[in-house]
Every structure is written in structure tokens, then in C-alpha cells.
Design a binder for this molecule. Sequence first.
Ligand SMILES: NC(=O)c1ccc[n+]([C@@H]2O[C@H](COP(=O)([O-])OP(=O)(O)OC[C@H]3O[C@@H](n4cnc5c(N)ncnc54)[C@H](O)[C@@H]3O)[C@@H](O)[C@H]2O)c1
Length: 439
Amino acid sequence: MNTRLSTSPELTRRSFLKTTTTLAAAASLAPGVFAAGDDTLKVALIGCGGRGSGAADQALSTTGPLKLVAMADAFKDRLDGSYNNLKAAHADRVDVAEENKFIGFDAYRHAIAMADVVILATPPGFRPSHFEEAVRQGKHIFMEKPVAVDGPGVRKVLAAAEEAKKKNLKVAVGLQRHHQKPYLETIKRLHDGDIGDIVAMRAYWNGDGVWVRPRKDLEQKLGRTPTEMEYQMYNWYYFVWLCGDHINEQHIHNLDVINWVKQDHPKLARGMGGRQVRKGIDNGEIFDHHFVEFEYPDGTRLSSQCRHIPGCWDSVSEHVQGTKGLCDVSGYNITGEKAWHFTGDEGKDPYQQEHDDLFAAIRNDTPYAETAEYGAYSTMTAIMGRMATYCGKELTWDDAINSQIDTFPKVLGWDAKTPTEPDANGRYAIAIPGKTKSF
Ligand SMILES: NC(=O)c1ccc[n+]([C@@H]2O[C@H](COP(=O)([O-])OP(=O)(O)OC[C@H]3O[C@@H](n4cnc5c(N)ncnc54)[C@H](O)[C@@H]3O)[C@@H](O)[C@H]2O)c1
């Protein structure tokens, strides 16, 4: 697989317009119309952590005959815990024999081989190679966001997404707001021109931060000193090659909403960020705040903030200013000439709805592949933001997506060299704007 594909203008400027319509159509198809032959769908879970286990639970809660037949994780205890919980919740539908529980870096290949549908929910650094392999093996796919952590990874996902279309594979990405009724209605109103022409956008993921998995806890668990690879895999959120920084891991949701509203992605990013309070020994190399001004091809600008600092102003939201009104997108509210507020039934939990929609598309063979593209573009938007805050320079979309900086290890293995290594004090190099070339 060539990970150095150049990106065609057609790919870089693809419209996202039709996606919502396609998803809504898939959701409305009558259940019970199955393909000929054995209609039991075999599912494999790759990455049995919090979200993977949740996604498997949601897949197992969809309509129609279905079984979880294989599981894969880097760590045995994660797989065992997930298996026990899923078995307790879905005794009849969890049918994973001991020999179909796979552990380690190569586990994904074996689990994928056993299934019709695969759930990819490892840390995002692995997503491009796992997605590529699932497509190569001809499987339908649910993959969590973000779908990559760097330009080469996004290009690999876009290339595999093209292959998936040719093979008529259904692909869903865990950007669940696209399956959330009030979001769908709000964004439809924006596309219908209810606030006039859009002139400015704001997006925030400001909160306290996320879990830390200390090295000493892993040492206690293993009863020996962990290798550096074991430690980084365990505490993955804090390493760029695995996580992509929190702008990629979490703020992607808000950036994705703005791309959806704009039906496009930015052409430029200018940003600043750093580590003001995230200075613990287990805080790896990521920043605790990023501010990015993204510019879209029509000249409109998105002001984007994401912060992981306790005790500050918190907000996870998106807002859009138009010539005839203002929309609080995440509040499902418009003020102005066509004032409106979403009322009524908010529909199903979007995490369940996204699985209902995917499995309906698989069983009814309706088109369902564009999500990989908007997932890749939204991921690339977040990565471009990180690149801009790390290097401090103005970045174009083409520079960012065509970046040759591949953060993934050359060799995978518990003793293999990690892309970033600690100094004698256990500290990692942190990006310095103005000096860092860029990730
Ligand atoms: N859509 C959402 O709202 C949402 C919410 C939470 C998490 N997520 C996404 O889900 C993904 C996983 O997050 P999480 O919270 O479940 O993390 P987690 O740490 O709980 O789980 C990740 C699991 O993947 C396993 N793993 C790591 N590398 C692997 C490999 N190469 N092969 C097989 N298994 C491997 C880990 O051991 C762990 O069990 C992330 O991309 C995250 O952004 C999405």
C-alpha cells in the first residue's frame, strides 16, 4: 500500500452535501429485508476498551440475527473485561470461543478474518492500517473517530475508502452527531438558508481533561518494569503517534459539525497552543490548550478552542453567525428572522442510532460509504489544527494533508522502539512553536 499518495483536487474539495440525506434514507428502510442465504451477521470487535465495548453493545442491540464471534486487543485484561460485560448483557449473541480471542499487535488481522462486520475502536494511530486491512478483506466496517493522527494516515484512509466503495462495503465513522435528530434538523435549517449567508463560526471543546494511566500502575499490574512500548500503549492518550493530541481526539466532533455546516473543509489554519498545567510525569507530550483560526475557501473563519484545564470556563459547543440570524448549533436554537428552537422527540441515543443505520444499510444493501470521507476530512481538519499550533506557522490544507511526516513506528512489538522516547528524567520533548517543524 502506498502511503505517499498525492491528493487530487477532487478529493480535497469533495462536497459533504449528500451525506445527511443518505443516512436518513438508510434509517427509514423497513427492517427484516435480508440478503439471501444465512442472514446471521458475524461481528468482530477490535479494541475492547470503553468505546469498543460500547459500540459492540450497540451493534448487538440492532435488529436481526447477529453474533459477536471474535475479539482482539493489545492487552488480555482489556479483552477479558469487555468479554465478560458483553456476555452478561447479551448471553445469546456473544459467541466468542477462546481460540477466537486474539491478543497483541497482529490480533486485528485474525479477528477481521472471522467476521462480516468489524468494529475498529483502538487508539486512532492504528485506524488507517486496521481500516485498510478490513477493506482488503472485504468487510463492512464501523470505525471510531478520529480515523488517523497524521497526513499519511488520512491519505491511507481515503485510499481505502475508495476501495471500500468499489467493493460495495458499508462504512460508518463514530461521529454520532450525524445520527442525532436535533442536529440533523438544525443543520438542515442552516443548509436551507434560515440564517442567511454564513459569515462566522465558533467551536469549543473546553473541559477538565481525561484519564491518566500512570507508569507505576502498569508496573504494579505487570509485576515488572514495563517496556516503553507497553507504557505508551497503556497511557496512549498522551502520545501523538497514538492519539494525535486532544484537538484530534475530542475537538474533532465540533470541527466535524462546522465542516458539515459548511459542506467543506478549511483551506488554511493559524494557531497557538501549549502546556500550561499539563506537566505531570505521565502527561507525555501533548498540549493542554489549542486555539486555531481556520479559514474556509469562501473566506469565512472558524474560531476553534479546545482546552484541558480544570477550573476554567467549560463549553462543548458550536455556533454559527449568518447575515439573518445566529444559530447555537449544539443548543438546536436559531435567533433572528426565522427564530426557531428544537422541541419534541430527540429520537434514539445517537450511539445506538448510528449502529441501527449501519446495520440497516448492510442488511438492505443501501449505499453507505461517504462517512469514511467526511470522517477523514474532519480528522484532517483537527490534525491541521495541531500542526498549526505545534509549529506556529500558517498552514494550507494541501501542505497538511500531503505532509510526509509519518508518526507511526517502523516496527511494532512490545520491545520495539517508540517514535518518541523519554529523557533520563522520564520527560518527553514538547513541541515549541516557531522551532518545531510540524507534526
Ligand atoms: N464517538 C465517541 O463519542 C467516542 C467516545 C469515546 C471514545 N471514542 C473513540 O474510541 C477510540 C477508543 O477510545 P476508548 O475510550 O475506548 O479507549 P480505551 O483505552 O478504553 O480502549 C482502547 C482499546 O484498544 C486497545 N488497543 C490498543 N492498541 C491496539 C491494537 N493495536 N490492536 C488491538 N487493540 C488495541 C487497548 O488495549 C484498549 O483496550 C478512540 O479513537 C476514541 O476517540 C469515541
